[in-house]
Design a protein around this ligand. Structure first.
Ligand SMILES: [Zn+2]
Length: 154
């Protein structure tokens, strides 16, 4: 409701002028003031488009050309470290390309000892028959009485 009462700003009017207005352009249908502003803009645009383009100013073009040449000259006089940076980047890319090797395929390790089924069965049976797991033995040794440790040592 408030949006319908608010007039379009200059940007919204310009968007309407070029046919790119959003939903707020519906305000133009109900507001004679904004519609009149849009008609004035359309008339100015039509007059501007109908008028012949002014001839180019030779002195201004000459100044622009001189400014462009001056800017090009400044760029050529840039410090050499930019060239060094570009060279370092190119060298690192080249080194990465040259040093890249695909990862070797995993090799089957035949050096591992082959365990027979009987040995595996014996190991498992031995582990199951233990009172305490092998991993817990160092921890259990901490709580063992001091004399028994000394007696175990030959
Ligand atoms: Zn309005």
């Amino acid at each position: 409701m408030n949006d319908k009462l608010r007039h379009l700003d200059d940007e919204q009017l310009l968007l309407s002028l070029y046919g790119a207005a959003g939903p707020e352009a519906a305000h133009l249908g109900s507001c004679p003031e904004c519609a009149a502003r849009l008609r004035r803009l359309e008339a100015r645009r039509a007059a501007w488009l109908a008028a012949p383009a002014p001839p180019p100013n030779a002195a201004r073009l000459r100044d622009q050309r001189a400014a462009v040449y001056a800017a090009i000259g400044e760029k050529r006089n840039r410090p050499y470290w930019r060239l060094i940076q570009a060279g370092a980047l190119a060298c690192s890319v080249l080194a990465a390309v040259l040093l890249y090797r695909p990862a070797p395929a995993p090799v089957e390790t035949a050096s591992q000892p082959v365990i027979t089924d009987q040995e595996l069965f014996n190991d498992v049976a031995d582990m199951m028959n233990r009172e305490t797991p092998i991993a817990a033995e160092p921890l259990m040794a901490l709580f063992a009485p001091q004399e028994s440790q000394e007696s175990q040592q030959p």
